[in-house]
Design a protein around this ligand. Structure first.
Ligand SMILES: Cc1ncc(COP(=O)(O)O)c(C=O)c1O
Length: 380
């Protein structure tokens, strides 16, 4: 059976965790998490990283802290029409205005012309880019236009660990980038997520957000204590915060997974290239694969007939599949509301992905023979 994903945690890693647990060390956020954060930042190529409980809470913390830097009362956040719900729901929960952009069919990332027009017309304050299915969603023009107009760029890299934009890994190109370590992603900590950033003050703010807004989470608690001499510094709340912490167990597992990533990404990318070379012409194979870290194999047809045919083939082979993430997010009930609007030009490419696309899993469990069988059945 070709499943969507197999666990990236192996039995030896669980045994290692069990042995470590027998040492009776403290299990709430502590040294292992600090160690993981250093290792993750170093692997991604950022100055710092903050480990949290999921990709979703990473997204929440990132958007919440970035929104504090926006002067406007209601920050306007630009998002992709094809992404996971929790790229957008933090903004909706916080009362932001959301502007939804179409995707580029070759990258499944943002439509450059539409995004740049909106930035030039001063329609957004924050651009939350999603690198979907491990493809590089950014372009030099989007980055340059955002910088020129003071738009804060955030990256959702929850499906793109190790993907590159040019020489840099994604997650390092804006103010912050988020990652998910949920089962089925490039690596797993069971549940887990991280935010990477090069900005020390921003990392400090993220750590306050992660843990109740407590001053002691800051790198400089004494400075906060001096500003509030009437409050006991042991419980001094200096920022609005929630609880997005993870545990030492998850960090222990993550530390074991990082060294395995490069080889796994190579396997994923080899599978994706083999699939694109073998797929028939009625499926889209013109993806921009430079720098990718493939998450899944996309079967996006040019029309409804092709889409039905592709689905018949994967179902007949017993291959587990899913829509291309949420398809067009605007088709989902949670997006209906007065604070969401679609950018000028509409979402024709997102609608095509929604109507004609589905994906099958990629990972270390997918072999050349499995890819070849799928391609042969599609071509037959
Ligand atoms: C693009 C994207 N963002 C965010 C998330 C949320 O991550 P998590 O499941 O760890 O909350 C996912 C989950 O798959 C995702 O694909």
């Amino acid at each position: 059976m070709w499943r969507l994903a197999e666990d990236t945690l192996c039995t030896a890693e669980i045994h290692a965790l069990a042995d470590w647990l027998k040492r009776g060390e403290r299990l709430t956020q502590g040294e292992k998490i600090k160690q993981f954060e250093r290792a993750w930042a170093s692997w991604v190529g950022s100055a710092d990283s903050v480990f949290v409980s999921s990709g979703t809470t990473a997204n929440f913390a990132l958007v919440a802290c970035a929104a504090e830097l926006v002067e406007r009362d209601t920050p306007r956040v630009g998002v992709s029409a094809v992404t996971w719900s929790t790229n957008v729901s933090p903004s909706l929960l916080m009362g932001h205005e959301v502007v939804v952009f179409d995707v580029d069919p070759r990258t499944l990332g943002l439509d450059e012309a539409q995004v740049c027009a909106a930035i030039e017309a001063d329609e957004i304050d924050i651009l939350f880019v999603t690198h979907l299915l491990g493809l590089d969603a950014l372009t030099p023009t989007i980055l340059a236009t955002a910088e020129e107009h003071g738009v804060i760029v955030l990256e959702d890299c929850c499906e793109s660990h190790g993907a590159r934009h040019g020489a840099a890994k994604v997650g390092t190109l804006g103010l912050g980038g988020t990652f998910s370590f949920y089962f089925g992603h490039h690596m797993s900590t069971i549940e887990g997520g991280a935010i990477c950033t090069d900005d020390a003050a921003f990392a400090d703010r993220l750590r306050l957000m992660r843990a109740h807004g407590l001053a002691r989470e800051s790198a400089n608690p004494a400075a906060y204590a001096a500003q509030s001499p009437n409050v006991d510094p042991r419980f001094l709340f200096v920022a609005t915060g929630l609880n997005f912490r993870s545990t030492e167990l998850n960090a222990f597992l993550g530390l074991g997974q990082i060294p395995l990533l490069d080889e796994r990404i190579e396997t994923r990318n080899r599978n994706m290239q083999r699939f694109l070379a073998g797929a028939p012409s009625w499926l889209r194979t013109d993806f921009h694969t430079a720098g990718m870290s493939s998450f899944a194999l996309p079967l996006i047809a040019h029309d409804a007939e092709g889409a039905a045919r592709a689905r018949e083939v994967t179902d007949a082979l017993g291959i587990e599949s899913r829509p291309v993430v949420a398809g067009n997010l605007m088709a989902h009930p949670f997006m209906q509301g007065p604070r969401v609007r679609v950018a000028a030009g509409g979402l024709p490419h997102a609608e095509a992905v929604h109507a004609f696309g589905h994906y099958v899993g990629n990972g270390h469990h997918v072999t050349d023979a499995m890819v070849d069988e799928l391609c042969a059945a599609l071509r037959a």
